[in-house]
Design a protein around this ligand. Structure first.
Ligand code: NG1
Length: 375
């Protein structure tokens, strides 16, 4: 992570705070949060870190440590004009715009952005950036006279879920809640309307490995249209179904996915609570099949990775996040993490010329939610 010295080098002062927001993996419950059905993700031990220095002039300046992303600067205002479609700066703008609209009087800040999350890979780097920026802005503003108390994590999560839609994807509320309310060693059964979280301990013998399909799913770009189109189809199919009207043939598989995935989440919660790893693994595989065949958000590389994962010893595997690229999540026995990674590397990444030490294949642990440390 960026050092205090690096912040001083870039901004000429010492940082005032460090914000960390984890990424998340979704164990099961894909493409159903926006329809209000419960999901089962966990925050992970990788994320986005902001070293933050407070400013007095109501501006936000962000320097991304990844050179390809570069620097962004904007003024805090009642209506913040977005950057062009697909620009990463729209995520920090989304957070600030959402807080301003909710009535928070915000102060400006400088920040260095650093991350060990692969971007656009279904691990919620976008929401981690939204959450981190929001916490930075709220922390910078606390020193001002008249600043109210900071919002509760789940209140902030619901606010930021709406706020992130500024960037163009009509996302659900899973990611911001997972990122703000994660707990070490626990998965999260998240329910909506109202938003609530039950933490469920992950048995120590269960381990999770993330495997990147080597294709990104730019939710700020092309994948966004597909995502929004799926959401619209789901909303339409559920509405027709609730009214007892006939659901058109083209929408029936979408509805089938949503209804069956919601059922799988219920069974998965029971399997997790009773340490039934085999049932959990089977549910993950069934979830992937449904996302592939009925919801059509998988890719040949994601399918190949799921197959290779089972061959390499995973109890279950599925795409995680929105799909259309991004990552597979594999459930493996904790004692076999190293062996599993070695075998999956040999089966999938080695033949594609990748090094075993690359950042495409790694174990993740359930981690605590976003934090702010001052000074
Ligand atoms: P990813 O792919 O991590 O951006 C997206 C949505 C979630 C959820 C999943 C699919 C956002 C911020 N996140 O996650 O709400 O719908 O897809 O289950 O849009």
């Amino acid at each position: 992570m960026t050092s205090p010295g690096r912040f001083r080098e870039l901004f000429g002062t010492a940082p005032d705070a460090v914000v960390h927001a984890p990424g998340r993996v979704n164990l099961i419950g894909e493409h159903i949060d926006y329809a209000g059905f419960p999901v089962l993700p966990m925050a992970i031990d990788r994320g986005i870190a902001l070293r933050v220095g407070f400013r007095a002039d109501g501006r936000v300046r962000l320097i991304n440590e990844r050179e390809e992303f570069g620097e962004r600067e904007f003024a805090i205002a009642p209506s913040i004009p977005p950057y062009p479609n697909g620009d990463w700066g729209n995520y920090p703008k989304a957070a600030v715009q959402g807080l301003v609209e909710a009535g928070y009087g915000l102060a400006g800040f400088d920040a260095v952005v650093d991350s060990d999350l692969p971007p656009a890979a279904g691990l919620s780097s976008s929401s981690a950036l939204v959450v981190a920026t929001a916490l930075a802005a709220l922390t910078a503003s606390r020193d001002r006279r008249g600043a109210g108390p900071p919002p509760e994590p789940l209140t902030l999560a619901a606010l930021l879920a709406r706020a992130e839609q500024y960037a163009g994807a009509r996302g659900g509320g899973m990611d911001q809640a997972a990122i703000l309310a994660g707990r070490e060693a626990h998965a999260m059964h998240i329910r909506f309307d109202p938003l609530r979280v039950a933490h469920i301990r992950v048995p120590p013998a269960w381990a999770f490995v993330v495997a990147h399909s080597l294709a990104t799913a730019e939710k700020s770009g092309a994948a966004r249209e597909t995502y929004n189109a799926r959401r619209a189809q789901v909303e339409r199919a559920l509405e027709l179904d609730r009214e007892g009207r006939e659901v058109p043939a083209a929408l029936r598989p979408r509805l089938r996915h949503v209804v069956s995935e919601a059922e799988r989440v219920g069974h998965a919660v029971a399997a997790l609570r009773s340490d039934d790893v085999d049932t959990f693994g089977r549910l993950m595989l069934a979830s992937h099949e449904s996302l592939r065949d009925a919801f059509e958000v998988s890719t040949p590389a994601l399918d190949a990775l799921v197959r290779a994962s089972t061959t390499a010893g995973a109890v279950g595997a599925r795409l995680t996040g929105a799909g259309l690229g991004g990552c597979v999540l594999a459930l493996v026995p904790a004692l076999d993490i190293a062996g599993f990674i070695e075998r999956l590397h040999a089966a999938f990444y080695g033949p594609r010329g990748l090094s075993p030490t690359g950042s495409h294949l790694f174990a993740v642990r359930p981690a605590s939610g976003a934090t702010v440390v001052r000074g």
